[in-house]
Write a new protein. Structure first.
Length: 70
């Protein structure tokens, strides 16, 4: 599992723990919904540093925590 896959898995886990969905993440992170689906849910695109930071901020996760699962 690469860093991108691990970070996306960590984001999915944190979303589930909070009881939130991908639309909430898009709004909270100020990232287009389609991009959230492509990066986090479906893994069609790799996470960019900017969006990873935005997702982390929305979920209260630091960037090192986000990639630590890799």
């Amino acid at each position: 599992m690469g860093i991108n896959d691990a970070a996306a898995a960590q984001l999915r886990l944190r979303l589930a723990q909070r009881g939130e969905n991908y639309r909430w993440l898009a709004l909270a992170a100020k990232v287009p919904y389609k991009r959230v689906l492509d990066e986090v849910k479906n893994g069609k695109k790799k996470l960019s540093l900017e969006t990873a930071e935005s997702y982390g901020d929305a979920l209260g996760i630091s960037l090192p925590e986000l990639v630590a699962a890799a």
